[in-house]
Design a protein around this ligand. Structure first.
Ligand code: ATP
Ligand code: MG
Length: 137
């Protein structure tokens, strides 16, 4: 089976959508293999999104990610990475297909409710960024 890292971002946590978003994952057959709520530090957020550090939106992205607590979870299942990206919808909620998490819960490209790993390499790195082996069940 495949594992992927999912983050419920500060906008969706603040808007009381944690349960609804977790239900989307479980209803699609993904297992919650690990789960915790944390307040990211500036350094943690910068390190997590390091691949985007040259992008014009990097500073505002980091500022958004530390603006409140996030829920981080490991999702497990067949094709978990692609399935999660499908459930999330497009990065910009204006482009997200109806019924996707971003279409239903995101308000802007800069406040888009969820993160999901985009490749097997990213998933491995991102799961290890937040969870020790003992914390993933
Ligand atoms: P994520 O990595 O958070 O799952 P993604 O893979 O769909 O999102 P990326 O291209 O990796 O999109 O961008 C990372 C995040 O940076 C996006 O989720 C979004 O919040 C923000 N972002 C991307 N493009 C823009 C933009 N043009 N303006 C503002 N923020 C942006
Ligand atoms: Mg991404």
């Amino acid at each position: 089976v495949e594992r992927t890292l999912s983050i419920i971002k500060p906008d969706a946590v603040g808007d009381n959508h944690i349960g609804a978003i977790i239900a989307r994952f479980e209803d699609a057959g993904l297992k919650i293999a690990a789960l915790k709520m944390i307040q990211l530090t500036q350094k943690q957020a910068e390190g997590f999104y390091a691949e985007h550090k040259e992008r014009p939106f990097f500073a505002s992205l980091v500022e958004f990610m530390v603006s409140g607590p996030v829920c981080v979870q490991v999702l497990e299942g067949e094709n978990a990475i692609a399935l999660n990206r499908e459930l999330m919808g497009a990065t910009n909620p204006d482009d997200a297909a109806p019924g996707t998490i971003r279409a239903d819960f995101a308000t802007a490209v800069s406040a888009n409710a969820v993160h999901g790993s985009d490749s097997p390499e990213a998933a491995k790195r991102e799961v290890a960024y937040f969870f020790s082996a003992e914390e993933v069940h």
